[in-house]
Design a protein around this ligand. Structure first.
Ligand code: PLP
Length: 390
């Protein structure tokens, strides 16, 4: 059902198979070359933008160090991520505290460590920043609607209405902070490029109103993440995103495009990972059942949390895949004792009829939001291990 060639070259596949052969499953194999390639492609597509890697997508030291070598900056969400990134020798002026939900003592901690750029979307949070991170640069996250076309929406919980963003930027100036810019996130795995157009238009309105009415000159737009990885649902190529978004920026800002920040997570690391899994059990629920249940040694609690609501549809391959193999529809499920641990049921994957217990199943494009999202030891299963290929 899945055409492997659309996701990975034969040479890279063979290299992966040789590397992973002896590894115990489940595990993730991350190809650092892919991350490097994706980073360079993103930077070349948006030559004017500063890249802030959203560390939560894959917080492994190997990944952070690679992004550091490539000249990237970092979007950090907690003091623990901060400690990790600083311990790798990254300077605090390349770090943004992008989480709008934070404790006062954590703001103070970031400030003490040298971080001077903070996101916010509320009055209370801004008050804390003014108190515990005086003088810092502030960008305000605005609400954007994105649930219909993003496979993993980030709406509602983050951001505020543009009118409130306006008030917050005035409040930040009045409380001794530096009003710096606007941010938004159009939703992760956003397949509708037009969503950036709406967000940029709202941003332009704020830039103009704040300058005309309050003499506040903002200088930065943080366009968040949302760029795609390669799953089953097709997306435009990154070059399409880049040319369209660049056009939106020039349509609204002319020759005075502000400093642009991008915060890629999924698009940098998603395609780099392959989750290597093994079939634990294959069964039918009655003798004439049309579907096989295929239980893997990975599931919602072992890396595949983004299959909640069957939102992210990973390309799935098996060691029995062959153009001539007969296939049948399956329900894919994980190994734990929670009945929520069904991976795909509504959307029927087709797997070879001769698939057997013990065969390997490969979940492609599993480099983002997997290893760090796996449970610690639900049912005693250990956290998902990651191995890195150069
Ligand atoms: C998670 C997150 C990102 C990364 O989004 P992707 O869609 O994975 O690229 C960027 N910015 C913020 C603030 C985030 O929370």
């Amino acid at each position: 059902m899945i055409k492997k060639d659309e996701y990975i070259s034969e040479a890279e596949w063979q290299r992966f198979l040789a590397f992973s052969q002896e590894l115990e499953t489940p595990c993730i194999v991350v190809n650092l070359r892919t991350i490097k390639k994706n980073y360079i492609k993103l930077q070349n597509s948006f030559p004017f933008a500063a890249i802030y890697y959203a560390v939560k997508a894959n917080p492994a030291n190997e990944v952070i160090s690679l992004v550091n070598q490539l000249g990237g900056n970092f979007d950090i969400a907690s003091r623990y991520e901060l400690d990790q990134v600083l311990a790798l020798g990254i300077s605090p002026d390349r770090i943004s505290y992008g989480n709008t939900i934070k404790k006062a003592k954590d703001i103070a901690y970031f400030y003490e460590k040298g971080v001077r750029m903070f996101a916010t979307d509320s009055k209370e949070d801004l008050k804390n920043i003014a108190k515990y991170a005086p003088g810092s640069r502030i960008y305000v996250r605005i609400l954007v609607e994105n649930s219909a076309t993003a496979d993993w929406p980030l709406s509602r919980k983050f951001g505020c209405h543009p009118d409130m963003a306006y008030d917050l930027l005035v409040q930040s100036r009045d409380s001794g902070l530096t009003p710096y810019g606007i941010s938004f996130h159009v939703g992760s795995q956003q397949r509708d490029i037009g969503q950036w157009n709406d967000a940029i238009a709202k941003t332009k309105y704020l830039f103009t109103a704040l300058e005309e009415e309050e003499n506040i000159r903002l200088s930065m737009i943080n366009m968040g993440g949302g760029f795609p990885a390669s799953y089953v649902q097709p997306t435009n190529d990154l070059s399409e995103y880049a040319s369209e978004i660049t056009r939106y920026l020039h349509d609204d800002f002319g020759d005075n495009v502000p400093q642009i920040i991008l915060e890629p997570g999924r698009s940098l690391v998603g395609d780099s990972g392959i989750l290597v899994s093994e079939v634990v059990l294959i069964s039918r629920k009655n003798n004439t059942a049309l579907y096989r249940w295929v239980y893997l040694d990975t599931g919602k609690f072992n890396g595949l949390i983004e299959t909640l609501g069957e939102s992210i549809k990973y390309p799935v391959l098996t060691e029995k895949d062959d153009p001539s193999a007969k296939e049948g529809e399956v329900i894919l499920a994980g190994p734990t004792c929670d009945s929520m641990d069904i991976i795909y049921e509504d959307f029927k994957y087709k797997l070879p009829l001769d698939l057997k217990i013990g065969d390997r199943v490969y979940v492609l494009s599993a480099g983002a939001y997997t290893a760090s999202y796996a449970s610690v030891c639900f049912n005693g299963f250990p956290p998902l291990k990651t191995y890195f290929m150069d």
